[in-house]
Design a protein around this ligand. Structure first.
Ligand SMILES: Nc1ncnc2c1ncn2[C@@H]1O[C@H](COP(=O)(O)OP(=O)(O)OP(=O)(O)O)[C@@H](O)[C@H]1O
Length: 765
């Protein structure tokens, strides 16, 4: 929490102490679960400790009936049915593959390609669907996706040739791609945390159940219908049931996002003061690259994704080469291979049930231990599968592979539970979609290519032996490594929710709403952390100067406010709205504009062209652009004579003016300037100070990084001093001048260096 050390944490001049995060007292005042005061106490004592009450830790396991009762049978029932049907429908292709091949006349290789295509579409579709699901009503997306899967299953039943079949399968794949991101995210929000394992178990069981019942159902229907077109009726059957459940899914109620976590952290209802947090269900517009960057900054997830990617070699490659082995060595046809697949799914089902119980107990007791449990299961899967592959007789081979699937199944529910808790709830669907991408794209694709080659040269058994053990062991090692981060990542979840609620309550009880709020901000470049728990409020109309030692993180702070860096912890708010993961262009539209030090103009473009580029956010209204251009040229009259000159020919001061002019064209609400006066002549600096004073009179909020304490004193209402990524001082610039210990640090050894201008204008040495 507070990054300023207590001696230095002066109340901001423009912002009174009550504008600061009311961390401990406010949190303690919340009517909360017994867990919360302890968490709050730890927060108050500094960084949130990681051995405290964490979401999903402690408490009692709920029986299945009680767990389902907490959120109703409807959600898990309908989503489970859809998952079952999707899996079964996909399996029909394998089970009735020979009939379909005969009917449409295509080869074994084409059938294999079709099955592989489904896996790719399932993954590729999950990302856009996940992004959509983090923004829009997920129950509607689940319903539409199921309807799509149903319609394409129906179309599959009437295809006349292979090309039409491929198109139908692509459509069905997209429909089925919603399961991973949308279903899991809905289930996570639809039930309290202590019921999550149970509902995830039910949902995860539905998949293998679908695979097990597919051969019997599809085979039975095809046999009943008879003739060469019998297989078509199997698709008709699944299409009908899918469409029925799609209609039911459309009637499901959308659960509020993050409800489970908020209930756990904030109290029984997650809404202790009857205050609704407007940001919780506000539509988010987090773009893929920012969402992905945020997810990858969560250490536990980063290693888990790597583990899943490694496992993907086994998960995607093994069934493919196992099928080749069954065909080449044991001469099984497609139907028999489908049946073997169903038998091995029984192992997965046993594993899912056992793993859910064992994993849940471990997570409640000690979260890292669940990752170690998963690591052991991954390793066991690799070893058992390797042993199984050495078996000669078919029954021994199938039996041992089935046993090897048990530990794999054991991982599923604990893995999804951990991901559902650690991924920020606003990104949950994308987080689940990423699981599929890691499995299929990295492991699946690369593994397929590499091992196809091994298989061609040495046969499928050697390929499988080369693949299964190492892939699983790598996954085990990475998962075990992830265990060391899980406590801190869970603590960050608690902290984020508690802060969100404290802020909502603060505003609801009359607290002022600063134009800009930065809370608990941590930013890293790769492994190097640059900002540490920075808290900063900027009041509307305030001019704030950020000072500090070289490399203290001033530019990084401004870049994070402008959306150019993604923090790994903490919040940025603009006028009360959380914008932490908003893209930079949206922030510009909303009035937050950054002038970057030394990078504010395009050197090859003329001054006029630079202004036009700056005006692009104003749209195509030529009259408006002309009016605004006149305004900024009135502010910087020198630029009028230079309109046709390339920006690179301008002096440093003129370039800085052009950069400011570009930014001011948009009439920003918050203007951030990195290095306002660095390297500029005193007369130019004086002009810039005048401009900033004018902006203050117009009510523009200005945050500037400044090297000169004197310039800061001349323009700023408040100075904030950063050192090594922490705020060491916040107060009147004049008071900072009194702080020789801090101010000396800035200028030590820089005389005549890059900060010569600061000293030239009389700044302290
Ligand atoms: N893109 C980047 N990749 C890696 N490290 C970076 C990057 N940008 C900045 N850093 C490092 O982060 C630290 C903080 O840099 P930042 O530019 O935010 O500091 P600053 O306070 O603005 O410093 P200065 O006054 O020297 O500009 C520095 O150690 C810097 O080397």
């Amino acid at each position: 929490m507070g990054s300023a050390d207590s001696a230095d944490a002066a109340a901001p001049a423009g912002g009174t102490p009550e504008h600061r995060l009311p961390a401990l007292p406010a949190l303690l005042a919340l009517p909360a679960t017994p867990a919360l005061p302890a968490a709050a106490a730890r927060q108050g004592s500094g960084a949130l400790a990681t051995d405290g009450p964490l979401p999903g830790v402690g408490g009692q396991r709920l029986g299945l009936r009680a767990a389902v009762g907490t959120g109703g049978v409807g959600l898990v029932g309908v989503l489970g049915a859809l998952n079952l049907l999707d899996n079964a429908e996909r399996a029909v292709l394998i089970v009735l593959g020979p009939d379909i091949q005969r009917s449409l006349g295509f080869s074994d290789a084409a059938l294999g390609g079709l099955v592989g295509l489904s896996a790719v579409i399932l993954t590729a579709g999950a990302i856009p669907i996940g992004l959509l699901a983090d923004r829009r009503r997920r129950t509607a997306i689940a319903a539409v996706a199921a309807a799509l899967a149903g319609v394409f299953a129906l179309l599959t039943s009437v295809v006349a040739n292979t090309f039409q079949l491929v198109l139908a399968r692509i459509g069905a794949g997209f429909g089925q791609a919603a399961v991973l991101p949308v279903h899991n995210s809905l289930l996570a929000d639809g039930y309290p945390l202590h019921a999550r394992t149970a509902v995830l178990t039910l949902h995860n069981l539905a998949g293998p159940v679908g695979l097990v019942i597919a051969p019997v159902t599809a085979g039975g229907v095809a046999a009943l219908a008879g003739g060469s077109a019998g297989w078509r009726w199997a698709f008709v059957l699944f299409a009908g049931v899918l469409l029925l459940f799609a209609a039911i899914a459309a009637m499901l109620r959308e659960p509020p996002r993050g409800r489970g976590e908020r209930m756990e952290v904030l109290g029984a209802h997650g809404d202790p003061a009857g205050v609704t947090d407007p940001s919780v269900d506000a539509p988010s517009s987090i773009p893929l690259e920012i969402g992905a960057a945020r997810l990858l900054k969560i250490q536990t997830l980063r290693y888990l994704f790597a583990a899943i990617g490694a496992l993907g070699f086994a998960l995607v490659g093994v069934p493919t080469f196992f099928n080749s082995l069954l065909e080449e060595r044991y001469h099984l046809d497609a139907l028999d291979r489908g049946l073997v697949g169903s038998v091995t799914q029984v192992g997965v089902m046993i594993g899912v049930v056992a793993g859910a119980r064992l994993g849940d107990a471990r997570f409640r007791r000690d979260p890292p231990s669940v990752l170690l449990f998963m690591a052991v299961a991954f390793a066991a899967h690799g070893v058992l599968l390797t042993v199984a592959l050495t078996m000669g007789p078919l029954p021994a081979l199938v039996g041992c592979v089935t046993v090897a699937e048990i530990p794999l199944g054991m991982v599923l529910v604990p893995l999804y539970s951990v991901i559902s808790i650690i991924v920020p709830y606003r990104l949950r669907a994308l987080g689940f979609a990423a699981v599929g991408v890691c499995v299929t794209l990295f492991g699946g694709f690369l593994g397929g290519v590499l091992l196809g080659d091994v298989s061609d040269q040495h046969g499928p058994r050697v390929a499988l032996l080369a693949l299964a053990g190492p892939a699983s062991l790598a996954a085990a090692a990475l998962t075990a490594y992830a265990a060391r981060f899980v406590r801190a990542d869970l603590a960050a979840v608690v902290e984020e929710i508690a802060e969100e609620r404290a802020e909502t309550l603060r505003v609801a009880t009359g607290g002022a709403q600063p134009i800009l709020q930065v809370r608990n901000l941590d930013v890293s470049y790769g492994p190097m952390q640059v900002l540490f728990g920075v808290d900063l409020d900027v009041e509307r109309g305030e001019v704030l100067a950020l000072l500090g030692t070289n490399g203290a993180g001033k530019s990084t702070l401004l870049r994070t406010v402008a959306g150019l860096e993604v923090p790994h912890r903490g919040v940025v708010r603009h006028a009360g709205r959380t914008i932490t993961l908003d893209p930079p262009e949206r922030r510009v539209r909303d009035g937050i504009v950054l002038v970057q030090g030394g990078a504010g103009v395009f050197g090859t473009l003329t001054v006029a062209e630079n202004l036009l580029v700056g005006a692009h956010v104003l749209g195509r209204d030529g009259a408006l652009v002309a009016r605004r251009a006149e305004e900024v040229l009135d502010l910087f009259p020198k630029l009028r004579d230079l309109l046709d000159a390339p920006a690179s020919t301008l002096s440093g001061g003129e370039q800085q003016m052009l950069a400011l002019a570009k930014a001011l064209l948009t009439r920003p609400e918050v203007l951030c300037v990195d290095e306002l006066s660095l390297g500029l002549a005193p007369t130019v600096v004086a002009e810039l100070i005048e401009v900033v004073a004018g902006l203050r009179r117009d009510g523009v909020t200005v945050v500037l990084v400044e090297q000169s304490v004197n310039v800061a004193a001349a323009v700023a209402d408040r100075a904030v001093f950063l050192e090594k990524g922490r705020i060491r001082f916040s107060g009147r610039p004049a008071d900072l001048l009194e702080r020789g210990d801090l101010v000396r640090a800035v200028f030590l050894g820089t005389v005549g260096g890059p900060h010569a201008a600061a000293t030239a204008d009389g700044g302290p040495r």
